[in-house]
Design a binder for this molecule. Structure first.
Ligand code: ADP
Ligand code: ZN
Length: 670
């Protein structure tokens, strides 16, 4: 039996440390939760396995084994080490993510949340569609680990497939994990799981109190609950008899955490399922190109559902060119085309609901001086301020506020003029155009917590709202029976971001938004309608979105990325260098680039690692920090991963006042 152990210690140390067994005579095992001495304090750690003593340091003993916490299942320990290595994060900090924020209370206090709906006696389950039947049979024909990509159009019944898969897993005595983007963890979704599985489900999301989160954790760890539904962090709640993982809306960028441990929950979930030897199902109407390519290459099994359930029709999508809208001699607001206005009027006349999307908050995009061109910029960020209401300028990155001025503070001659449109302005104009109808707005200014969103959803369901104006906050997952018209006010908002994924994101957003329209209209009836207003009617994302042609889009977009070896062809890692003093940031960036070039020469496997930069990040200053980045590209993670480890080194080379962090498979290059 081993006397020496490798322990991942809750501290920013890049390696596991070695300790001897406790003096008490107890022996830990792999996955044990322990208290260890570190410097002149003690801290928490997780035992990774037997170790060898280091001759450099005096060997200390593990102080105690925390018997309160269960031993992490072995495949979670493997996975923990994989996460730490792949994302270059200290293993002890990854390990710490596994534990609940508070101590266990012996008697869980009663939550004031409404109880979960119990299972209905002998429910009449819907008959599966032929596509659902086929997909289920195919998925269930595989034993052990297999990654499945379920590509199904919006409303094709993917959720029903998940429910049936979970049922089978529960019948085998195993349990399931369902990951969804935080924003789609709506009461609608939880209700669907609860009507099927009653109080066998636990839910973890970021709006829980620490006590609620702790209680949900124990409910799973003690085996009281059989299904865990949660946002990305639910991945870190150990489920010993894991029988399936489902990742819904797998393309959603919010599965990637972009601070501290910069992990991608979907990709990490694949590794966890591999370790648990169970299937994983990734579902989407617009799969990420990474997953799509994996499916085309045969790494994932591809399943398609191309029809909506009960032959309900897909919406009709029309693009409206608004380039010459200003010349229209109408009384309509400058952002609204008469065609969309007519469609709104007709829909309301039929007592149906309308949703208008715009991915930009506020009343105006920017406020400019027509005399000298001055615009207000945030003092902390390199970003112009956005007008909210009539009197407030706000930074959308750091939330800096200042009162709006009427006259230009720079030339003192021009009158500051709002340009562009935001959700607040759309709401205001629409309310004026349709005074008899009830208008509501859903964006980050209006909807600040889960309760706000829940009440908005129930108002929509009860038809207390006729027109819903919102950002992408309402683009995902929601299903309203009487919503038949969707308008995208300005599709162009996301077209020109300096990011190679901006076209893919636009295509996804347009498809998701369109998918909200007419979800319950039967074949033969007038289908739901979608109008997309744009200044770029020829934009490639629109051309494919109007025909709901994901595969066509994916083919051409994958091709266009091939030449530059962008994902899904190559792998990226981005190093961010930031600090409050520009000269130090620049100095550190140069140093990092030099280190990278030297490293390339040291190993033949590194020759193919491309080093781009250093360059000023597109958001060159954010929250008072100057930002530079260095981008690494390689055809394989096998060379990129060790390269990153060596490049980061021991941090000893980093000048004081500068922070260097690495993001593997970055989703945002801003
Ligand atoms: P998706 O997740 O693919 O967008 P959903 O699972 O939300 O689709 O299904 C769309 C709607 O169809 C839901 O209201 C769901 O209850 C219903 N539904 C799903 N499967 C069936 C079926 N086999 N028969 C009838 N209705 C179904
Ligand atoms: Zn700011």
């Amino acid at each position: 039996m081993s006397e020496i152990w490798r322990v991942a210690v809750d501290a920013p140390i890049r390696e596991a440390l070695t300790y001897a067994s406790p003096l008490s005579g107890e022996t830990p095992v792999r996955g044990s939760s322990v208290i260890v001495p570190l410097g002149n304090r003690t801290t928490h750690g997780v035992v990774l396995g037997p170790g060898t003593p280091s001759s450099e340091f005096e060997l200390k003993h593990i102080a105690s084994i925390e018997q309160d916490y269960p031993v992490l299942p072995s495949f979670y320990v493997d996975w923990l080490e994989w996460v730490a290595n792949y994302y270059l994060h200290p293993p002890g900090l990854v390990a710490a993510t596994f534990y609940p924020p508070l101590k266990k209370l012996e008697k869980a206090r009663k939550s004031n949340r409404p109880p979960v709906v119990p299972i209905k006696e002998a429910m009449a389950l819907p008959d599966l569609t032929p596509e659902q039947t086929q997909v289920l049979a195919q998925i269930q024909s595989h034993q052990g680990f297999a990654a499945h990509l379920l590509f199904g159009v919006t409303g094709s019944g993917k959720t029903e497939v998940y429910l049936r898969l979970l049922e089978t897993v529960l019948n085998k005595g195993q349990r399931g994990l369902v990951l969804v983007p935080e924003i789609s963890l709506t009461p609608q979704l939880i209700h669907r799981f609860a009507t099927r599985f009653g109080d066998q489900i636990a839910v973890i999301h970021s709006h829980l109190t620490e006590r609620e989160r702790t209680n949900q954790w124990w409910e799973i760890v003690n085996g009281n609950k059989k299904i865990l539904i949660g946002a990305r962090s639910a991945l870190f709640c150990p489920i010993d008899d894991l029988g399936i993982i489902i990742v819904d809306e797998e393309h959603e960028p919010s599965f990637k955490q972009d601070e501290k441990l910069k992990y991608h929950a979907r990709d990490s979930a694949i590794m966890l399922a591999r370790g648990a030897k169970c299937p994983i199902v990734l579902g989407s109407a617009t799969p990420s190109l990474e997953s799509w390519k994996n499916a085309l290459d045969g790494k994932y099994k591809l399943h398609k559902m191309q029809n909506r359930v009960e032959n309900r029709s897909l919406p009709q999508v029309q693009v409206i060119d608004i380039r010459n809208l200003k010349n229209n001699k109408t009384d309509l607001p400058p952002w609204l085309h008469p065609q969309l206005f007519d469609a709104i009027s007709n829909t309301l006349a039929k007592k149906e609901q309308v949703a208008l999307f715009l991915n930009r908050r506020g009343t105006a995009n920017i406020v400019v001086c027509p005399a000298c061109g001055f615009t207000h910029e945030c003092p902390n960020c390199d970003i112009s301020l956005t007008l909210h209401g009539r009197s407030h300028l706000v930074c959308h990155y750091c939330d800096y506020h200042e009162p709006a001025k009427q006259m230009c503070p720079d030339c003192k001659e021009g009158e500051m003029t709002p340009l562009g449109v935001g959700t607040e302005k759309v709401e205001e104009d629409i309310s004026a155009l349709f005074p008899e109808h009830r208008v509501a707005r859903a964006d980050r200014d209006e909807i600040q917590n889960r309760e706000d969103l829940e009440s908005l959803v129930s108002q929509m369901e009860n038809r207390e709202i006729d027109i819903l104006v919102g950002t992408q906050m309402i683009a995902k997952g929601l299903d309203f029976t009487h919503l038949t018209l969707v308008g995208l006010v300005l599709a162009d908002v996301g077209f020109n971001l300096p990011d190679f994924r901006s076209t893919e994101r636009s295509f996804q957003l347009i498809t998701q938004v369109s998918g909200r329209a007419g979800r319950h209209i039967k074949l033969g009836e007038q289908p739901g309608q979608v109008f997309i207003q744009t200044l770029n009617p020829d934009h490639v994302s629109l051309q494919y979105a109007i025909n709901a042609d994901f595969e066509g889009f994916a083919k051409q977009e994958i091709l266009s990325r091939e030449q530059l070896c962008y994902p899904p062809h190559g792998k990226l890692a981005s190093f961010r260098i930031q600090g409050t003093q520009l000269d130090r940031v620049q100095q550190a960036s140069k140093l990092l680039a030099q280190r990278a070039q030297q490293l390339k020469g040291r190993h033949t496997a590194y020759e193919k690692v491309e080093v781009l930069g250093p360059a000023e990040a597109p958001l060159a200053k954010l929250r008072g920090q100057f930002r530079y980045h260095l981008l690494l590209k390689s055809d394989s993670i096998k060379s990129l991963n060790p390269f990153c480890h060596q490049l980061l080194g021991d941090h000893g080379w980093v000048p004081p006042g500068v922070r260097v962090s690495v993001d593997v498979d970055p989703l945002h290059l801003l």
